[in-house]
Design a protein around this ligand. Structure first.
Ligand code: PLP
Length: 429
């Protein structure tokens, strides 16, 4: 385990203040602190932020603060408004993800919570179906599955059997089949997976899941709000959503390319009766009925209002425009990197806005390239298998493509000239 717990160890010496400070000063500190951060507004981050432009950022802020005071815990009881917005969001999601009209959706705090709930619901559904109240099961997934799945499974003591990806970096039905046994409760695939940016073989896995009557979760946390629009733009996006008959559940993050404020993801179930294994109802305590459909108790209502506002404001046309810029930036970056002597991108088949590049020259250490870029203000994602520089592209990268390609080319020259060796063990996610 590396030394990752940065904030826990940082000693700023701040003591609980006797009196408060002037508001202007406090606010200006908040802005000033950002000078220590990477400059995400100018394309310097490979992940974490999903920025398009200043105008939209201002709208994201105002739509979030419009519901800053409300609490999602009271959705439908105190706050009919939140239930109304959620319902609109769920209808929109059913339509773009080709879900049946009665499919259920839940609004969660992010991809990790969506995956957590998919695992929990599947486990409890399997226990109920098999009449095994404490049944222990496994999930079969690819090694490219997001760590949030492994975290969820670890918390719930569910085994995850991981299989290698194929030559195109995709998880295949054959590979999954080899690990299935009578304790398997779920097959898991990504659309696309975060490391390689390619889609797993979802139609084949769907057929396998149907033939064995297994739950099949498709993780569209990254791609959910970009793939449908990329497909309309003519990119070769494979079938991946609830139109594929064996897909049981699907996760898609609104706080990525849905442009909602952070704290917004969706989890859909084809069969609405699955919700009874997800929601929590309790009345055996002095305060009466307590009900939460998801993991959170008190819940940011601003995430819901910002998601609702973005769907209303951008509409299909706006999402297509954002996706067009995002995919154009991705394709230009890939083409440009492939022109640099000593570098090569991994194939991602124009399926997503994720890409990575490796060194093809023994004299160029790819982690040294990452280090040099980072020292120059460009934080880079570091892939382990293979060793590569990784990036998730946003629309805000488009104006910086030429500048970035130049700094990459310079970094490669420097790495080659100095023979410098880089380090992999830098946290970049
Ligand atoms: C494929 C995939 N699944 C799950 C997640 C986890 O999402 P979050 O960081 O919102 O919890 C991500 C995040 O990038 C992802 O790309």
């Amino acid at each position: 385990m590396g030394d990752w717990a940065v904030s826990e160890k940082l000693q700023t010496g701040f003591a609980f203040p006797e009196t408060g400070r002037e508001w202007d000063e406090v606010l200006s500190d908040l802005e000033a602190f950002k000078s220590d951060d990477f400059d995400w507004r100018r394309g310097r981050l490979p992940t974490y932020t999903y920025f398009w432009n200043e105008e939209l950022l201002a709208k994201q802020k105002s739509s979030y603060t419009a519901y800053l005071g409300e609490n999602g815990l009271g959705e439908g009881s105190a706050f009919k408004s939140i239930a109304r917005m959620s319902s609109d969001i769920y209808s929109a999601a059913r339509s773009i993800f080709h879900a049946p009209d009665d499919a259920t959706a839940s609004f969660t705090s992010g991809g990790s919570e969506s995956l957590f709930l998919a695992v929990k619901t599947c486990r409890d559904w399997t226990r109920s179906k098999r009449k095994e109240p404490k049944g222990q099961y496994n999930i079969v997934a690819g090694e490219s599955a997001h760590p949030a799945l492994l975290k969820a499974a670890k918390i719930m003591d569910v085994e995850v059997r991981r299989v290698p990806v194929d030559a195109e970096y995709r998880v295949s039905a054959e590979a999954l089949r080899a690990e299935i046994d009578d304790r398997t409760m779920m097959l898991f695939a990504s659309a696309p997976c975060y490391p390689y940016g390619v889609f797993d073989r979802i139609e084949d896995i769907s057929a396998l899941a149907l033939s064995l009557d297994l739950w099949f979760h498709v993780d569209g946390c990254w791609g959910g709000f970009i793939s449908p629009f990329a497909k309309l733009l003519g990119y070769p996006i494979p079938e991946w959503d609830l139109a594929v008959p064996g897909v049981t559940s699907l996760s898609a993050d609104l706080h990525k390319f849905g442009y909602a404020a952070k704290g917004a993801s969706l989890l859909l179930y084809r069969d609405p009766s699955m919700m009874e294994h997800q929601a929590y109802y309790f009345d055996d305590w002095p305060r009466g009925i307590y009900y939460t459909p998801t993991l959170s108790g008190s819940k940011a209502a601003g995430s819901v209002s910002s998601a609702w506002a973005m769907l209303q404001h951008l509409g299909l046309k706006g999402y297509i425009e954002a996706t067009d810029a995002t995919m154009a930036a991705t394709m230009q970056l890939i083409a440009g990197i492939d022109q640099i002597d000593g570098l090569e991108t991994l194939p991602q088949y124009r399926e997503s806005n994720l890409f990575s590049f490796v060194s093809t020259d023994d004299a160029v250490d790819i982690m040294a390239v990452a280090d040099i870029l980072q020292e120059n203000g460009w934080m880079r994602g570091r892939m382990k298998t293979p060793l590569a520089v990784h990036q998730g592209v946003t629309a805000s990268h488009l104006p910086y493509v030429a500048e970035y390609l130049e700094v990459v080319s310079d970094a490669v020259d420097e790495a080659r000239r100095t023979g410098r060796k880089g380090k992999f063990g830098v946290r970049s996610y």
